[in-house]
Design a protein around this ligand. Structure first.
Ligand SMILES: [Zn+2]
Length: 284
């Protein structure tokens, strides 16, 4: 059953990639993704396929990690509920399909993932609006030092760690690269949205890095250069919202004038100010 669980996790990533493509690149050719999805679905045992499809109709996430909480409880990251402790050995063993008693999602065991350690602002802090809900000036890198895909992702993840937003930059970068391997997050026009989903805790966090010379980021189109990288860490609960944010940002940066304004920035302060101004209307 472990192999089937792994297959479900991959299949869900394909489904999510498809929704991301629809959100980020309207009109994109989805045939290759659709073929891969149909092939994997056909390989599932029929009863698992039915259960999985039914869950996917209700929510973008049908299978979610179960993780150990700080108080040794065992938690469904899909709904945040504590799971019966007797369920843990069964989820770990993966001998059968285990589901969360409160949200019905299929569970898989996860440990050692990167955690979002972002502290919530105190009650004195004024409520944040727009892009300020997801990012800060410290997460702006106007000139990335990296020169390849792996380097870009690691540099952005390391910046998040150094600014105190996540605890394990290497693991985060590794997960973002696995996601890129399914289908590139490049949306064309030199813009890409590398990301990691199902990160535990905190809130959706975004870092922005620029590569003025451009990097060959999309493995399927090695001649294309990407200059603008939005790197996002997405908690399980924000998976549906993420698609809206992606569509918003992708729409803004489809305009050449917006890309030029961003690429003209040479300091973190200028980059942050420009990002806030450009996204104000769409992300209000
Ligand atoms: Zn649940």
């Amino acid at each position: 059953m472990k192999a089937i669980i792994n297959q479900l996790v991959q299949l869900q990533e394909l489904h999510l990639s498809r929704r991301e493509q629809e959100a980020g690149t309207p009109g994109a050719d989805l045939k290759q993704l659709d073929d891969s999805i149909a092939e994997m679905m056909a390989n599932l045992p029929p009863e698992v396929e039915t259960q999985f499809s039914r869950l996917l109709q209700k929510n973008p996430l049908a299978i979610v990690p179960a993780v150990e909480g700080t108080d040794k409880s065992y938690i469904c990251t899909g709904c945040g509920m504590k799971l019966p402790i007797s369920l843990k050995p069964q989820v770990v063993a993966a001998g059968r399909i285990c589901t969360c008693p409160s949200c019905a999602r299929i569970l898989f065991h996860s440990e050692g993932g990167a955690r979002n350690t972002r502290k919530r602002g105190g009650h004195r802090t004024a409520p944040k609006v727009g892009i300020e809900r997801f990012s800060v000036e410290e997460l702006m890198i106007p000139a990335l030092k990296a020169t390849d895909r792996k380097g870009v992702v690691l540099e952005l993840a390391s910046r998040m760690r150094d600014a105190g937003f996540v605890d394990n930059a290497e693991k985060l970068a590794e997960d973002a690269l696995s996601r890129e391997a399914i289908v590139s997050t490049s949306v064309g026009n030199g813009v890409a949205f590398p990301h990691v989903r199902c990160v535990e805790g905190g809130a959706l966090t975004l870092a922005l890095g620029l590569s003025p010379e451009g990097i060959a980021f999309d493995a399927a189109h090695p001649a294309e250069k990407t200059n603008i990288f939005f790197f996002m860490v997405i908690p399980t609960a924000a998976s549906a919202f993420y698609l809206k944010l992606l569509a918003g940002l992708s729409g803004i940066f489809q305009e050449e004038a917006a890309r030029r304004k961003i690429l003209d920035c040479t300091t973190p302060a200028a980059l942050w100010k420009t990002l806030v101004a450009l996204t104000k209307k769409a992300l209000a």
